[in-house]
Write a protein that binds this ligand. Structure first.
Ligand SMILES: NC(=O)c1ccc[n+]([C@@H]2O[C@H](COP(=O)([O-])OP(=O)(O)OC[C@H]3O[C@@H](n4cnc5c(N)ncnc54)[C@H](O)[C@@H]3O)[C@@H](O)[C@H]2O)c1
Length: 347
């Protein structure tokens, strides 16, 4: 069975993808600096797999380190080879994702997200490993007048984080164009991943001040925060709040496995896909659904619009459906129920 290197594998989306891959019998090698996650996630992975008697400690390898450290990356590839677990392909989650922080500290974001990716690609090439699936984002899009966003829509990010994602997509395109017979590259543009594994044993690390709405709702529900501030009730939408395309993280994890399989079955590939449900919900709909399925009241107040937000964002999902015959299965209710199930264990 293939051994897949997962950078950022103890993070939110990475950890759920590890479960999806391990359940199908893949070997995984995780690299993570733990800047935004913890080693406890590895216990969560073990506990989930033990629920179905699927745990095999020889299938999970963990290396703590930074993707900007070239010799560390080289050691991981060499060590894996020595253990007769050569790394066959990479899913690249590691990176920083806070839009506001990216604006105030752009060099850090270029360093981690772009330089880190270049390091990884160099070491992959040196080790003759040329299959990579990259975590991109809907933040790369810019043409807000023409919705839904299609993969062919204008790329015009409005913040540093989005620029770094677009830059890595371009690098992947360039290396593919330079040697298309060898590389298999894919970028998945995620919309708004929320929720968690239904076991409640892994989920989003919402320590610190979350920027996204869902961890914020969870923190208000659990009493960590007093109140949720909704940025604007005067948007040109049905209820005046912003619309976003939420996707359950378990669906998102599954699509990594399916896309990777698609790449591995080809001699050469260069793929960019939107990953969302293709149906937007308003902030108020999200809150009301959370309240209803979890029987909890969320204390919220409207505040002014946040700089850089747009009224509506959602994906055209026809490309991923046509290519992979894949559609997300989980509902907004599942996202709210599972996300809260995880948050309860963190209090
Ligand atoms: N969560 C979202 O809403 C969302 C949306 C679109 C794209 N993405 C992208 O998906 C990827 C995963 O996101 P996530 O939500 O799981 O975030 P996360 O912060 O939970 O996971 C990222 C992981 O990468 C690790 N990491 C960060 N910098 C590193 C470095 N220099 N070296 C090694 N490890 C490092 C962190 O410790 C963390 O475990 C990121 O690249 C993010 O930009 C996320």
């Amino acid at each position: 069975m293939k051994n897949i290197l997962i950078t950022g594998g103890t993070g939110f989306i990475g950890s759920h993808t590890c479960i999806s891959l391990l359940e199908d019998g893949y070997d995984i090698t995780i690299i993570d600096s733990l800047i935004n996650s913890s080693k406890k996630v590895l216990e969560g992975l073990r506990d989930i797999l033990e629920l179905t008697n699927n745990f095999d400690e020889n299938k999970i390898h963990f290396y703590e380190g930074d993707i900007r450290n070239t010799s560390f990356l080289q050691d991981v590839f060499l060590d894996s080879k020595k253990k007769k677990k050569t790394i066959d392909c990479v899913i690249h989650f590691a990176g920083l994702k806070a839009v506001r922080e990216s604006k105030s500290n752009p060099l850090l974001y270029w360093d981690v997200n772009v330089k880190g990716s270049i390091n990884l690609l160099n070491i992959m090439q040196e080790n003759d490993c040329r299959t990579i699936l990259f975590s991109s984002s809907a933040t790369v899009y810019g043409d807000i007048e023409n919705l839904p966003f299609k993969e062919s829509s204008l790329i015009n990010p409005s913040n540093t984080y989005g620029y770094t994602k677009a830059a890595v997509e371009n690098i992947l395109k360039n290396i593919f164009d330079a040697d298309s017979s060898k590389w298999r590259v894919g970028s998945l543009r995620y919309f708004n991943p929320i929720g968690s594994h239904p076991s409640g044993l892994i989920g989003e690390n919402s320590r610190g001040k979350p920027e996204n709405i869902f961890p914020y709702i969870c923190q208000v529900a659990s009493g960590i925060k007093d109140k949720l501030y909704i940025f604007g009730n005067d948007w040109p939408t049905f209820d005046g709040t912003c619309y976003r395309d939420y996707i359950h993280v378990v669906d998102l994890a599954e699509v990594h496995k399916i896309t990777l399989k698609y790449l591995l079955e080809r001699d050469s590939a260069n793929l960019t896909l939107n990953v969302g449900k293709g149906k937007p919900f308003s902030v108020l709909e999200l809150i009301k659904t959370f309240e209803r399925v979890n029987n909890i009241k969320i204390n919220y107040e409207f505040s002014s619009r946040r700089d850089g937000d747009i009224a509506i964002s959602f994906a055209d999902t026809s490309k991923i459906y046509n290519l992979l015959k894949w559609k997300p299965l989980k509902s907004l209710e599942d996202m709210c129920k599972d996300g809260w199930n995880w948050q309860k264990t963190c209090v």
